[in-house]
Design a protein around this ligand. Structure first.
Ligand SMILES: Nc1nc2c(ncn2[C@@H]2O[C@H](COP(=O)(O)OP(=O)(O)OP(=O)(O)O)[C@@H](O)[C@H]2O)c(=O)[nH]1
Ligand SMILES: [Mg+2]
Length: 441
């Protein structure tokens, strides 16, 4: 994008395309007052909703509705913003957008409003990302976390680490001005204990971020096992509705079937697959190949066994994913109690016994540990930066009395953390982050 990108005035439909109660066209940029004059015949009073006609370049009325003008810098983007709230029909909303474009705006790119908000200092990078995460949130828990990041909680935690690092760097730089023998042990101990505190704090942020990344990315759970052990029945139980076909005929499921569920707010995609056995049937073989494909990408594999037979699936299961053994149909096995022992859970898809234990085991296997404290809805990018910072602090701790190296590791750690909030941000990083937004945000 050109460096003069803020010169343009951009416009887009801010509401989803299609039929709806209201369709909002949002305009942002320096030409907003002229565009208001062209489309409304006036510039509305700041932040006051006013009703009127929206007209096109020929003066023809295309819709009528509410207009709100947000003068810079008190707007989402920090620029002059005009919102035209008309009727939510695909044709009428496009006509309003067309009138705005004819009046001098250009169509916004995906995420361009939020990008401008970032460039104008309304949000830092982590907050801007939280906007997209809030829109994409797949569970209440994820939405709550995104909202906390948007409010700046995550940025504040990072800011706290950066502030601690800045202090320690200043202290170290001061020590570097003295010859080695004049640095007293008091300073030395102080630097080391500050570093230890920072490492602890970073570890805490990292742990909370790793937890939060589960909320964002979701957990990929795959049911695998011999035909007829009850995989589809378990999927239906977990989903809470009859999604997959269940019959007593072995080899019922062919295609992989996926269902989105939530356990305590953690989004999971549960995949039901074709039973794994030796088979000559071509459709079933294709189904098993798909099952193996799913297994390769699983975070958690549920290996389902029939309590009456205890026969493992044909062929190896991937070693990488965490695995739980689910022994199903315990209602048929005399004397077997539902519940969990280590990584083995005894259940009955028919009666529902043991399903709660299975849900808890799934959460644990996915790495979810609620310690009653808020988690950060971190992205892969954040985790990588935090990891990098952690490694540099570790290296600093190993430096002993070599204060130049010590100082350099601190600087590198700070640089890694700075990238999270966007203090140090390359253009391609911005492009990569904002292009994943929807148009109109
Ligand atoms: N008694 C009892 N029957 C069950 C239980 N779970 C599943 N079944 C029965 O076992 C049969 C097979 O169940 P499915 O869920 O279709 O098994 P599947 O593993 O998906 O089988 P394929 O799709 O052929 O691989 C059906 O008749 C189910 O009603 C259980 O916990 N108890
Ligand atoms: Mg099935």
């Amino acid at each position: 994008m050109p460096s003069g990108e803020l010169q343009d005035t951009i416009a887009a439909l801010a509401t989803p395309p299609g039929r709806g109660g209201i369709g909002i066209v949002r305009v942002s940029g320096p030409a907003t007052p002229q565009i208001a004059a062209a489309v409304l015949g006036r510039l509305p009073s700041p932040r006051l909703a006013s009703f009127g006609a929206f007209v096109d370049a020929r003066g023809e009325r295309v819709d009528e509705g509410i207009a709100i003008f947000y003068p810079a810098p008190q707007s989402y983007t920090g620029e002059d913003v005009l919102e035209l709230q008309g009727h939510g029909g695909p044709v009428v909303a496009q006509a309003v957008l067309g009138a705005v474009l004819d009046a001098g705006a250009r169509l916004a790119e995906p995420g361009e409003y939020t990008r401008r908000a970032f460039l104008n200092g309304k949000l830092d990078l982590a907050q801007a990302e939280a906007v997209a995460d809030l829109i994409d949130a797949a569970s209440r828990e994820a939405a709550r976390s995104a909202l906390r990041s948007l409010a700046g909680e995550f940025s504040a935690a990072i800011g706290g680490l950066v502030a601690g690092l800045t202090e320690l760097r200043a202290l170290t730089e001061a020590m570097l001005d003295f010859p080695e023998e004049e640095i007293d042990s008091l300073h030395r101990d102080d630097a080391q204990s500050r570093l230890a505190r920072l490492r602890g704090a970073l570890q805490d942020v990292l742990a909370r971020s790793r937890q939060g990344s589960l909320l964002r990315a979701g957990v990929h759970v795959v049911l695998a096992g011999r035909p007829n052990v009850g995989k589809s029945s378990l999927l239906n139980r977990l989903a809470g509705e009859e999604r997959a076909i269940v019959t007593p005929v072995p080899g019922t499921t062919r295609d992989a079937l996926r269902e989105s569920i939530q356990i305590e707010g953690v989004p999971m995609v549960v995949v039901d697959t074709a039973g794994l056995r030796e088979s000559a049937d071509e459709v079933e073989r294709i189904g098993m190949a798909r099952a193996r494909n799913e297994l390769e990408r699983a975070d958690v594999v549920l290996e389902v066994l029939d309590a009456g037979r205890m026969e493992p699936p044909a062929g190896p299961l991937p070693a990488a994913a965490s695995r739980l053994i689910v022994i199903n149909k315990i209602d048929l096995a005399a004397g077997a109690a539902a519940g969990r022992q280590g990584d083995t859970i005894r259940v009955s898809a028919k009666t529902g016994a043991g399903l709660d234990a299975l849900r808890q085991a799934l959460l644990e296997a996915a790495g979810w540990r609620t310690r009653g404290e808020s988690v950060f809805l971190a992205r892969e990018r954040h985790l990588r930066a935090l990891e990098t910072a952690r490694r540099h602090l570790e290296a600093a701790a190993a430096q002993g009395a070599q204060w130049e190296f010590f100082a350099e590791e601190l600087r590198l750690a700070q640089e890694a953390l700075g990238a999270i909030s966007g203090r140090i941000s390359a253009d391609e990083l911005l492009g990569e982050i904002f292009s994943r937004f929807c148009v109109g945000k």
